[in-house]
Design a protein around this ligand. Sequence first.
Ligand SMILES: *[C@@H]1O[C@H](CO)[C@@H](O)[C@H](O)[C@H]1NC(C)=O
Ligand SMILES: *[C@@H]1O[C@H](CO)[C@@H](O)[C@H](O)[C@H]1NC(C)=O
Ligand SMILES: *[C@@H]1O[C@H](CO)[C@@H](O)[C@H](O)[C@H]1NC(C)=O
Ligand SMILES: *[C@@H]1O[C@H](CO)[C@@H](O)[C@H](O)[C@H]1NC(C)=O
Length: 444
Amino acid sequence: MQMKPGKLKSTLHFQFWVSLFAFLSHRSVPGKIMEQVIKEIICKHLDGNEVIRNSQHGFVKNKSCQTNLIAFFDRITSLVDKGEAVDVIYLDFSKAFDTVSHDILIDKLGKYNLDRAMIRWVHNWLDNRSQRVVVNGAKSCWKGITSGVPQGSVLGPVLFNIFINDVDIGIESTLIKFADDTKLGGVATSLEDRDIIQNDLSKLEKWSEVNRMRFNKEECKVLLLGRNNQFHTYKMGSDCLGKSMAERDLGVIVDHKLNMSQQCDAVAKKANMILGCINRCVVSKTREVILPLYSALGRPQLEYCVQFWAPHFKKDVEKLERVQRRATRMIKGLENMTYEARLHELGLFSLEKRRLRGDMIAVFKYLKGCHKEEGENLFLLVSEDRTRSNGLKVQQRRFRLDIRKKFLTVRVVKYWNKLPREVVESPSLEIFKNRLDRHLSGMV
Ligand SMILES: *[C@@H]1O[C@H](CO)[C@@H](O)[C@H](O)[C@H]1NC(C)=O
Ligand SMILES: *[C@@H]1O[C@H](CO)[C@@H](O)[C@H](O)[C@H]1NC(C)=O
Ligand SMILES: *[C@@H]1O[C@H](CO)[C@@H](O)[C@H](O)[C@H]1NC(C)=O
Ligand SMILES: *[C@@H]1O[C@H](CO)[C@@H](O)[C@H](O)[C@H]1NC(C)=O
């Protein structure tokens, strides 16, 4: 989103904070704290003026890997469902954080109207920091260190987002980012469609030259979706981009049919390995020991971004559930019970029910919570005053294909609309979760 001139009132209180800290501590402000203060001020300024574009989901409040995947693939699956061919280009910057040019970054900070004194501080901080890093790395070169924002620092990610913010300018396809992880998707049915994508790629190539942040073209891959896909070859500069049947997208394996089997295999394998470890390394198999270990180490593997990649096939649903079956069977005294009895005894839901719960929580956040802004693009409310409905009824959108039918924004509607009014109208997320759990416990 572009800057709104009316909101540019937050002339920064930089000098005030510096003075206050100096006063309180009777000396110059320690680096880490100063960094935190500067970060707060910059973030406030960026939020207030809506500087960072909606396409950025990394290091931004109220956004995550999952909001990125859902926003992007909601669009992609709806196009595929309409019968379009769709090409998705996974762009790979080569060492993005390390190659941020300080001069260009400082220039951009100026364009976004940040306080001059602060910009000077940031400039010094960047230059001095990269020198230190290089010295610690036992390299002798002192000169010419003019690039790189430290990724592990407080301020680095914020500065990176500012640097990459304008990569969208002029792009016609759908572009979305998580920090430097950038992908581009668009209709690729006709020749004209594919030209648009190709033009976008040329614009990105241009951006990369101007900003001196190179693409690792061998790692940029094209995922081709849709029945009538022409398997077009795209170019960046003189290099042809490779095609792919499945790509790892923010840690999730996405294949060209959004068939989530590979992802299910991968996470089940990983979670099983972790269970194996727990089984071998932990002597006491009491529920007080096993349950927290499983919940903290095993289960998160099976649920990371799962609202995006929820399994479509019975066989995959079973595969995931088997992990939790095994985990609960490891607990001493429960070995001879059925899975259902073990879950009941431990007060757990099956993973399948947890996914339904997670879906409902996701919808709540999109309609009423921290993802409301995102939600406006994903869900349409039905305006009707029938007393039977729960007051926040969502419109069921049309679909033809499984790729769409199984996608979060479509699959949740019939469950959400059936939730009791009391649950849906919860005033906060915490209360919603409590009421939802009570409601789900009553379900078989
Ligand atoms: C960074 O280095 C410059 C030149 O060596 C120095 O003047 C400045 O005070 C340093 N800034 C910080 C924040 O350490
Ligand atoms: C889904 O993917 C798996 C593994 O890649 C494959 O074995 C399976 O046949 C696919 N299912 C469908 C319906 O395409
Ligand atoms: C479970 O069943 C096995 C075999 O029937 C038996 O030896 C064992 O004692 C039982 N364990 C418990 C906790 O009931
Ligand atoms: C994030 O979500 C909270 C809670 O809904 C909201 O108050 C806040 O304005 C949101 N912040 C941004 C930057 O969207």
